[in-house]
Design a protein. Structure first.
Length: 81
């Protein structure tokens, strides 16, 4: 059972990291935000520190992310704000 839980956790982290990379890319390269503002924004949402976010952004993408996932995230964030 622990193996299954560990695999589930790894899969959740992979999906989270893929979303963080996509949001970071959108903020920095499309919206022209500074790196620091992107780190702060992502840190506020996911509760991660700057070093962890930098590690995630630099890592290889292991989980494919669809446009639907990003659209869903954008709608949820819009509802919250």
């Amino acid at each position: 059972m622990k193996t299954k839980d560990k695999q589930d956790e790894q899969q959740r982290h992979a999906r989270r990291d893929a979303i963080i990379r996509a949001v970071f890319h959108q903020l920095v390269y499309v919206e022209n935000c500074s790196f620091e503002h992107a780190y702060i924004f992502i840190g506020d949402i996911w509760g991660l520190g700057r070093s962890k976010i930098a590690q995630i952004v630099k890592a290889k993408d292991e989980c494919p992310l669809s446009g639907y996932d990003l659209t869903k995230l954008a709608v949820l964030l819009q509802r919250i704000s």
